[in-house]
Design a protein around this ligand. Structure first.
Ligand code: HC1
Ligand code: SF4
Length: 577
């Protein structure tokens, strides 16, 4: 079967759309609402109009995303009629669009701007004329919704429903007053949204955007009395490249450190260090549960993903007793940066501001949790996502592709194991925990360092591991909240066969977090980023968290042992209260 694309023959298969064939042939057709990875083709933006002449001679303008190919069909993607029709569509989209481009989070990276450019739209006669939606909703902890930037593509509705199974976003209003919304209320009042930010990854405009807090970081840097301690999450080095214009997955760790140092950060440290601490605390907790379960399976869930914690809090609070009390690596880093670091470096704790660079929007929410503050002072003062970091570098004239890489600059809180690097991807916290727990529960020499069944991108993964002390351990790994339902049902109904379950809210885990650089997330980007994570684990000399010498020094010089009273005071929490 073949069609003719702009006069050239193109082979195709029954059931394919014109858009799919055009993409394969490298023929550009603009789209705004379509999102292939979600199978989302509402045909509402009408930017993909093409001129179609069927074999029988019928000529029509049709949307390429919804038109199936027919043998002998002739498709013109750039005729005068097509260009005029697309320009009119772009003009209509701008009729109720606020067009405050210069202050928009997506300025220069907006799909609507690109469509306007591609269609040759100069000055819209209708620009902003029909705007009837002026809400700017800043009530959510990490994300902002601007109604008159919404072009009603419904990608956010679909990702929240199909990938997260949360369905927090609804379509509201009629005519020019319609847009997406949150059950008729404010976003911050949603009893479902977990602040994962997946909606902000797929939004084609700046309608759903991360709350930009880069100015606060600049204020800290400008204050001579403030000591800035920056931590960089495990996934950030793999999830920044596309934002900087580099190929997906390129590890830009040294460049990010160098850029932050150039901006004037006092300490640039590695969250992987506190991920190793997390494993010691969480592993000790798991061993304790195994010792006291009296033959029952007492399932424990990981606790490091704040989207997951929000989900438990909002939708499954009865499961909190199954959630590990160990704080996330971000929160552990914050607590130790304000207690241990001042001791080691002779600093005034009150002068320290901890700034996290995270792939995750929900980490902003986590940092603001009252449970993670001591005497009313937050351990983590500010969280910037990968996209905010890219904007910060851009506005401050730092080109991460032109800067010489620099190492983390403190001898403390920086050393990391390969296990800690694995945190960045789904299955990684589990693999890191298994390396240490299996070593502590028997026969470390017989253990494989790689736990293949928890690797890869399958939505639910399971593994069984033999230990001398506890016999067979059964574990499960889930990413993408939509995949959670059956696992939670098993635990709630007492049928769970799993001793330990890792949950990451976002597809792929942190490498697919809602604050990462935009890529083609579920198809091309995630496998590439995940491969880079495994390669970094292979490269690092220390493989197990309990073998990290920096972490051993922390316990020897400060905390005592894993699970000690001080460790509990600083490194654990109770999300139920
Ligand atoms: Fe994650 Fe974690 S791995 S949650 O994905 O446990 O964000 O990268 O920082 O805290 O370490 C995110 C990543 C991150 C925590 C760690
Ligand atoms: Fe849905 Fe996540 Fe967006 Fe909330 S942040 S609306 S849960 S996709």
């Amino acid at each position: 079967m073949q069609i003719y694309l702009n006069g050239r023959p193109a082979a195709c298969r029954e059931g394919e759309t014109v858009l799919e064939v055009a993409r394969r042939e490298g023929v550009r057709i603009p789209t705004l609402c379509e999102f292939a990875a979600l199978n989302h083709r509402p045909g509402t933006c009408r930017m993909c109009l093409v001129d179609v002449t069927t074999a029988s001679g019928r000529q029509t303008l049709a949307t390429a995303c919804t038109s199936a190919v027919e043998d002998g069909m002739r498709v013109d993607t750039r005729s005068e009629r097509v260009r005029r029709a697309r320009r009119l569509q772009a003009e209509l989209l701008f009729a109720d669009h606020c067009e405050r481009c210069s202050g928009c989070a997506r300025h220069g990276r907006c799909e609507l701007q690109r469509a306007a450019e591609e269609t040759g739209l100069d000055l819209s006669r209708l620009s902003g004329r029909l705007t009837d939606r002026t809400t700017v909703d800043r009530s959510a902890p990490a994300l902002v919704f601007t109604a008159d930037k919404c072009i009603r593509c419904l990608r956010c509705v679909e990702v929240c429903r199909q990938v997260q199974g949360v369905s927090a976003i609804t379509f509201e209003g009629t005519g020019c007053a319609s847009s997406v919304g949150f059950d008729g209320g404010l976003w911050g009042d949603s009893d479902r949204c977990v602040q994962c930010g997946q909606c902000s990854l797929v939004c084609p405009t700046g309608a759903i955007a991360v709350k930009d807090e880069t100015d606060r970081f600049l204020d800290y840097l400008a204050d001579p009395d403030v000591v800035t301690v920056v931590q960089i999450a495990p996934a950030v080095r793999m999830a920044f490249a596309e934002a900087a214009g580099a190929p997906a997955g390129r590890n830009l760790e040294g460049e990010i450190v160098a850029g932050l140092k150039k901006l004037g950060a006092d300490f640039v440290c590695d969250t992987r260090w506190s991920a190793d601490v997390t494993i010691l605390e969480e592993g000790t907790e798991l061993l304790h549960r195994l010792e006291h379960s009296e033959g029952r399976v007492d399932t424990m869930f990981t606790s490091c993903c704040p989207g997951w914690i929000n989900h438990v809090e909002k939708s499954h609070p009865d499961l909190f007793p199954h959630v590990s009390s160990t704080r996330s690596p971000q929160a552990i880093f914050g607590a130790l940066a304000k207690t241990y670091l001042p001791r080691v470096k002779k600093l005034d704790s009150a002068a320290i501001r901890v700034v996290s660079i995270m792939p995750c929007t929900a980490k902003k929410d986590e940092a603001a949790r009252p449970q993670l503050a001591r005497e009313g002072v937050a351990d983590v003062d500010l969280v910037l996502t990968v996209r905010e970091l890219e904007r910060l570098f851009r506005t401050q004239g730092i080109d991460p592709l032109a800067i010489d890489p620099a190492p983390f600059d403190s001898p403390f809180m920086t050393e990391a194991s390969g296990a800690a690097q694995l945190f960045a991807t789904t299955g990684g916290v589990m693999e890191a925990a298994l390396r240490t727990v299996c070593a502590l529960a028997g026969s470390p020499r017989a253990l494989p360092l790689r736990f293949e069944p928890v690797r890869g991108l399958a939505g639910v993964k399971e593994a069984r591991v033999e230990t001398e002390r506890f016999g067979e351990l059964r574990v499960a790994v889930v990413h993408g909240l939509k995949n959670l339902g059956p696992v939670l049902d098993c635990v709630r109904e007492g049928r769970s066969p799993w001793h330990f379950v890792e949950v990451m809210a976002c597809p792929g885990g942190c490498i697919g977090g809602g604050g990462t650089a935009r890529g083609d997330n579920w198809t091309r980007t995630l496998p590439v980023r995940q491969r880079m994570v495994y390669e970094e684990d292979d490269r690092l000399a220390v493989k197990r968290s309990d073998e990290n010498p920096d972490v051993a020094a922390l316990y020897r010089d400060y905390l005592g042992r894993a699970g000690s009273d001080l460790a509990h005071e600083l490194l654990h929490t109770d999300y139920e209260n």
